[in-house]
Ligand binder design. Structure first.
Ligand code: FES
Length: 619
């Protein structure tokens, strides 16, 4: 099934010398017209550049000692003058690795991107970057998101690159790559890895993560056998590609497309689908024109583009992790976005995508239902359709003709999956700078709740206690986990879906109110309050919660309150001793010294938007 054939133009090698006559209008089968650089100039005034203004010209186009070295080394690899002369050099930043199953296809997909770049008259060079495989990287990939962002930025800056193709998808790779590209500021297009196929166990559809948590509890409760569990392990991940529920990966891929940084429809294509390879080639073609047009992220990422992304996040029932990443991306772009904006928009935009963990279906179904273009067309009246995307065209043009094909999967505004809003931002004396919750994924009785806390000082403490059969706990207790934040985790691990104590699991309890300064996987669910800021490790109020304290949560009122008098809290604060540093040296020490809190996007203070960094000198 082809929903969006992004670009079926015939292959045509182009260069500056023949560009005026050689660039043609390209129309895909769904009616999307991707304009050539020349046409964008005519329509919107983007300029077509002289090849001597390309960054790569400083390395390759001049005639001095150093450029001799650059060219001779390219020749050492078998390239020659016609490969690069007067052409944009396109850096393909690829997060493929042997240990990242979500990106297992990106090695060959990079070849599809190169094919597109060559067709359009560019010179592709692949630059590998940190892969950040979510299941394997410890203590948390979040510790390394900014590392990847720095790597992407500096790979582009230090090499003769004129435009970038960013290949990623597994959770932190999308924000890491995009943050780096924003800071670097050259034209960039994002190529999402796409979701894997549905999981399967004895004919039952399995969703990444979500069904792992579900069946783990069933195993703890003695409802399934070790053999069942082993079969589930073999059936839950059936192909390469990202998690196929509305986890962080699917959310970030969609959000990045909604911001305008990917080709229309790209984020919904399942990884193994042949349309994915064609999308990669189309992205390769498009980035070449983007260089000629000087269509940089700064021209695309306006405040309205971020609002569009947040609206899509809400309509998708997206992962809470996206809040941190979108705030970070916006701040890299010099836009002062905060969590309050998410809360505002969540009250305006209902959940339309019926995808797990908030809904019933999976990303493969979402694609067959029409994908992101269909969802955005349902939301069109609430989007700013004038925003320009990597295509150079306004969003309104790109949504023309989009349709919903499977109504149970993508619902209309008049009959949403949930009106509660995908994300609620709560504040109160326990979280003065905010915390977040995903109401559609929680047991409704817990959205307004008051109960006694059981406080755990760290993950190991919690992990021991929840397995105790003599733990004094009822379904009305509130589990509190400390030291899971950006500095305390460290790296704000996805520990926020605290396990239900075994004693209660056996009794059939499947949801409880849980509070932490950590995150939770987008595949997780339940009444989990996350991202409490400031975190306990730096002396936020969460550090002073004791077992037996009463906590009150009201999601509708956006309120969280610790029922402990101020005088008592002040006494506890005065008696509190800051924990020792987590790292004696190395990257971790640098991370701890510069990481921001969750409400600030967890970026490093020295990476935020600021003065433009000069191009490297070549001597
Ligand atoms: Fe890679 Fe979920 S593990 S996207």
């Amino acid at each position: 099934m082809i929903l969006v054939d992004l670009d079926q133009t015939s292959a045509r090698a182009r260069n500056w010398r023949n560009s005026a006559s050689d660039r043609r209008n390209r129309v895909d089968t769904s009616g999307l017209a991707l304009l050539s650089a020349q046409e964008n100039v005519a329509k919107g005034g983007y300029r077509v550049r002289d090849p001597q203004t390309l960054r790569s010209h400083r390395w390759l186009g001049v005639n001095d000692l150093r450029s001799f070295g650059h060219r001779s080394r390219l020749r050492q690899m078998g390239f020659d003058q016609p490969d690069w002369a007067g052409k944009p050099v396109i850096g393909i930043i690829n997060t493929w690795s042997d240990i990242n199953a979500c990106h297992g296809h990106l090695r060959s997909r990079a070849e599809d991107v190169k094919r597109g770049v060559l067709q359009a008259g560019g010179f592709p060079l692949e630059l590998p970057a940190m892969s950040l495989a979510e299941p394997f990287v410890k203590p948390s990939t979040m510790l390394y998101r900014n590392f990847l962002a720095m790597e992407a930025e500096e790979l582009l800056r230090s090499h003769p690159i004129d435009g970038a193709v960013l290949m990623g998808g597994c959770d932190k790779t999308t924000p890491g790559l995009v943050m780096g590209a924003i800071s670097m500021g050259i034209p960039a297009i994002y190529v999402p890895a796409g979701p894997m196929l549905r999981g399967n166990w004895r004919g039952e559809t399995l969703g990444s993560g979500s069904d792992t948590w579900k069946y783990w509890d069933e195993k703890r409760a003695g409802n399934i056998t070790d053999a069942d569990w082993n079969e589930i392990e073999g059936g839950i991940s059936r192909s390469y590609g990202t998690c196929m529920v509305m986890g962080t990966a699917a959310t970030m891929m969609a959000i990045t497309e909604a911001m305008g940084l990917a080709l229309p429809g790209a984020s919904s294509i399942p990884a193994p689908d042949a349309n994915h390879a064609r999308m990669c080639a189309a992205a390769g073609r498009r980035i070449v024109d983007m260089v000629w047009e000087d269509l940089t992220p700064a021209r695309i990422l306006t405040p309205a583009a971020f609002d569009n992304a947040i609206r899509v996040h809400m309509a998708m029932g997206g992962s809470t992790n996206a809040i941190i990443h979108v705030v970070a991306m916006a701040r890299r772009a010099g836009i002062a976005l905060d969590m309050a904006r998410f809360d505002q928009i969540s009250r305006e935009v209902p959940v339309l995508a019926n995808i797990r963990p908030s809904g019933k279906y999976l990303m493969e179904d979402f694609y067959y239902a029409g994908g992101l273009r269909a969802l955005m067309s349902e939301l069109a009246e609430r989007l700013d359709l004038s925003c320009i995307t990597v295509t150079g065209q306004p969003l309104g043009e790109l949504l023309r003709g989009a349709q919903v094909f499977l109504r149970p999967v993508i619902r209309p505004l008049s009959d949403p999956v949930s009106t509660a809003g995908a994300t609620a931002v709560l504040t109160g004396n326990l979280a003065p700078r905010g915390c977040v919750m995903k109401p559609p994924a929680a047991d409704k009785r817990l959205l307004k709740h008051r109960g006694p806390a059981i406080a755990f000082e760290d993950y190991n403490h919690m992990a021991r206690e929840v397995e105790r059969d003599d733990l004094e706990v009822t379904p009305d207790h509130i589990l509190v986990l400390k030291n899971a934040g950006p500095k305390g985790g460290p790296g704000m691990p996805e520990w926020g879906m605290l396990p239900i104590p075994r004693k209660l699991v056996k009794a059939g309890v499947r949801d409880m109110l849980r509070i932490s300064d950590g995150r939770m996987s987008g595949t997780s669910y339940g009444a989990c309050i996350l991202h409490v800021a400031p975190e306990s490790y730096v002396g936020g109020p969460l550090a002073f919660v004791k077992t037996g304290d009463e906590i009150e949560v009201d999601a509708e009122a956006r309120r969280i309150h610790l029922h402990v008098p101020d005088e008592e809290l002040n006494r506890r604060r005065a008696a509190w001793t800051p924990p020792p540093p987590r790292y004696p040296r190395g990257y971790g020490a640098m991370f701890s010294a510069h990481i921001g809190q969750a409400d600030e996007g967890c970026d490093f203070d020295y990476l935020l938007a600021g003065e433009r960094i000069a191009e490297p000198e070549i001597h």
